[in-house]
Design a protein around this ligand. Sequence first.
Ligand code: ZN
Length: 242
Amino acid sequence: MVPELEKLIAQSSRIVFFGGAGVSTESGIPDFRSVDGLYHQKFDYPPEVMLSHEFFVEHTAEFYRFYREKLIVHGAEPNAAHRRLAELERQGKLTAVITQNIDGLHQAAGSRTVYELHGSTLRNYCTRCGAFYPVEYIEAAGGDGVPRCAECGGLVKPDVVLYGEGLDMDVWAKAEAAVRAADMLIVGGTSLVVYPAASLVRYYRGERLVVINKQPTPADALANLVLHMPIGQALGGPDTAG
Ligand code: ZN
């Protein structure tokens, strides 16, 4: 609990939270952009290449080998930050969570209005007929490991925004509107270097901008409160610690 943060939360009724990988690392999910994250020698290409649209199209089997091992999450649980944000929404104080994460942990914690800028590993669709498939279908794909549609045989693709793909403009518009209408914006667990997502902060016009990140971010200079600490520690209290 941080008293200055709690004071700002108490004054607000339209809080928007915008978070990144740091929110999930506290649930044990590695940040594939960080040095001690997924940069292992095990694969022939760096993650940005393997998670690109071009690689998905041209090396689909290898894409899925990497994707299954590194991006699908096994057994991760929401942490104190996820739980506190869900609680604030239930209390009618928080209007939306905007996330760059693809693990579904905000929803698992009970958050309902979640704008997933980069999609979700929990949703997968046939690229030919649009049939939906859960993550288990991707995990269980046999043969060459490439999941194919049970209906039409088409290639199944995760609903995840790969490098070289545009964001879902509908999700983006909703996220932007939520930020514009917010009376408090909490930016957490993101270094704010991934564009265009990082530019969302610019739409906030209020007086309660809080940045919570272990390292400094470009938004620190604009913020009314900067906390260089783990997000779960900042948002979790004695009652929500975990
Ligand atoms: Zn299909």
